[in-house]
Design a protein around this ligand. Structure first.
Ligand code: UDP
Length: 192
């Protein structure tokens, strides 16, 4: 269920299919990593083989732009709809509330993840938020320890791209978390 654009894989799953797969990954205790793909990242990856490998290493590369949808249509491909990072984030929160899975928000300026967390609970009253941590903490061991102690099922990382993707790949083996998503400026949007 992947198509390739200039060397970068893009998943053709819809929100519903992704949410179902990810919820299954939590049930079967597997790790998945979601990265949002846009034309900017595809272009950057042309000159940066490390970035290209990193993007292709993710479990699901979501088509966060109309470009991939149009290009897929022209090729007779299967990408039917745009899947944005922020809507995927919200769809995962909605599913987590239904299934009783917990989330953790890591990233953005001090106070922002707390505000985003309050707004998420207004929208999804039974959502379990096991913790938040700002994106300016420098002690990597402390970050990993704090997240592992909170034991979330899903970790949203908002450090900007591609820093958040490099952070996820470097730390996922040390984290007892099933689903990882890099969400860019989403905490800033949700906190406002
Ligand atoms: N950020 C962070 N730590 C850093 C650098 C950035 O937590 O060391 C946060 C920043 O506060 C913002 C997010 O990362 O909330 C980046 O948002 P932006 O919209 O620039 O990311 P993009 O969606 O463009 O990747």
């Amino acid at each position: 269920m992947k198509e390739n654009f200039l060397g970068v894989d893009v998943s053709s799953y819809s929100y519903d299919e992704l949410v179902r797969n990810l919820s299954n990954d939590i049930k079967t205790n597997q790790q998945s990593f979601i990265v949002a793909i846009n034309p900017e990242k595809i272009l950057k990856a042309q000159e940066d083989p490390n970035l290209m490998n990193l993007l292709n290493e993710a479990t699901y590369q979501i088509p966060d732009g109309v470009g991939a949808v149009l290009a897929s249509r022209l090729k007779g491909g299967k990408i039917k709809e745009r899947v944005t990072g922020i809507d995927m984030f919200l769809a995962l929160c909605e599913q987590a509330e239904i299934e009783g899975n917990s989330i953790f928000l890591y990233g953005a300026k001090p106070g922002v993840a707390d505000m985003a967390s309050e707004n998420l609970v207004k929208r999804f009253p039974s959502l379990k938020i096991s913790g938040v941590l700002d994106g300016y903490e420098k002690d990597q061991d402390r970050i990993v320890r704090t997240i592992n102690e909170a034991k979330p099922d899903i970790l949203f990382v908002a450090l900007g791209s591609p820093a958040q993707e490099y952070w996820i790949v470097e730390n996922m083996k040390n984290l007892d978390v099933n689903v990882f998503q890099g969400v860019g400026g989403s905490f800033d949007v949700i906190s406002g």
